[in-house]
Write a protein that binds this ligand. Sequence first.
Ligand code: CS2
Ligand code: MG
Length: 403
Amino acid sequence: MKITEAYTIVSSPGRNFVTLKIKTDSGLYGIGDATLNGREKAVVAYLDEHVLPALIGRDAHQIEDIWHYLYRGAYWRRGPVTMSAISAVDLALWDIKAKAANMPLYQLLGGKSRERVMTYAHCTGQDIETCLEEVQKHVDLGYKAVRVQAGVPGIKTIYGVAKTPGERYEPADAAIPAEHSWSTEKYLNHAPKLFKAVRERFGDELHVLHDVHHRLTPIEAARLGKAVEPYHLFWLEDCVPAENQESMKLIRQHTTTPLAIGEVFNSIHDYREMIENQWIDYIRTPLSHGGGITGLRRLADFAGLYHIRTGFHGPTDLSPVCLGAAVHFDTWVPNFGIQEHMAHDPLTDEVFPHDYRFENGHFIAGEAPGHGVDIDEDAAARYPYKPASLPVNRLEDGTLWHW
Ligand code: CS2
Ligand code: MG
C-alpha cells in the first residue's frame, strides 16, 4: 500500500491546529495531529519541507521503518519540532493500518485492557470558592477526578485560571507573548488551603489533581508535596522543570504525594533516570509529541516495569485527533492511570468529527476502524490560522521565570 499524497492542514477553529493527512493508493487515508502550541508553523515547515516529500511512494504499512527513517535518518535527534512531525506521521500511519485491518485502533494494539478510561476535568477559579463551584459542576457532570487551580491573593494573572468564571482557559491568546508575574512564597502559602477546602466540601473519594506548571525549585516542591499529604492528591504535576532528572529524587525523598511529569518531554531518554529510579508515578507526554503510538508504546512499556502509569496530556491545544488516538491507547495500555480532558471549543468538534464519547467521568473508544477521528477540510478552511503565543512569566523583581 503506497503513500501517494501527504499534506498539512492549518486551521483555527477556536485555536490553532496543524493536522496531517496521508493518502494511499488503496483509497485509505490517515490523519495525524502535528500541533505544537505557539510554534505551529515551525512543525508545518518541518513536515512540508523535509518530511512529506520523502514519504511519497513508501509502503504505508512500514510504520517502524518510517519512524526510524525520520528519527535516525534526520541525523538531528529529538526535540519538540522534530518529534511532533514524527508523531503526526506515526498517528496517520497507525490510522491507515487499523483501517486496512478493519479494526478500531485499540484492537490492533492488543485489545481492551478496560471498558472505559477515567478522565479528569479542569476546575478553575479566581478564588477558592469559585473553584469549588466549578468542581461541583464537574462532579454533577459525572467526573470522578478533577484538576483544581485557583487564583492566589497578590498574584494578578496565574496559570490555569480563566479570566472570567465559566470561561474556557486558553493561554495562547496574543501574537506577542503576554507577561505574567509570579511569587513562589505567595503561592506556597496559599495552595494547601485550596486542597483543604476541596476535601472538606467533597470528601475523600474524589480524585484531586494539581498542576504547578514548572514553577518551583526541588526543595520548594518537596515542601509543597509534604504540606499537602493530608489531602492525598492523585498527583502533583510538573512541580519543577526537570531537564535535570535528579531534581525528582530530592522531591521523592521528602514526600509521598504522587508525582506526574513530562508534558514537555518528547523522548524516552528525557525520562530514563527518573523511571529507572522510580522517582515519578505518571508519564505525561502526549502521543502527538512523543513519537506517536510507536514512541509512547515503548515508553509506557518501559515505565510499566517500575510501577509507573500513563496520564496523557490532553489540553485544548492537542486536537481531537490526538485525544481520539489517546482514548484507544488508554483502552489498551496495561499500565493506564488517567487521561486529561480539557473540553474543546464546539468549533473544534465541528472541524474534527470523532467517535470517542464521554460517559460518567470516562471516555469510551469508538468501534470505527482506525483511531476514529477525521477532519472536515471544508469546515477547517473557514477558520484560518491566527498567530498566538504562550505567555512568559517573571518574578516580581523582573527575572524571567518558568511560565
Ligand atoms: C497544561 C497545559 O494541561 C496541562 O496540564 O499544563 O494547559 C499547558 O499549559 C498547555 O498545553 C501549553 O500549551
Ligand atoms: Mg500541565
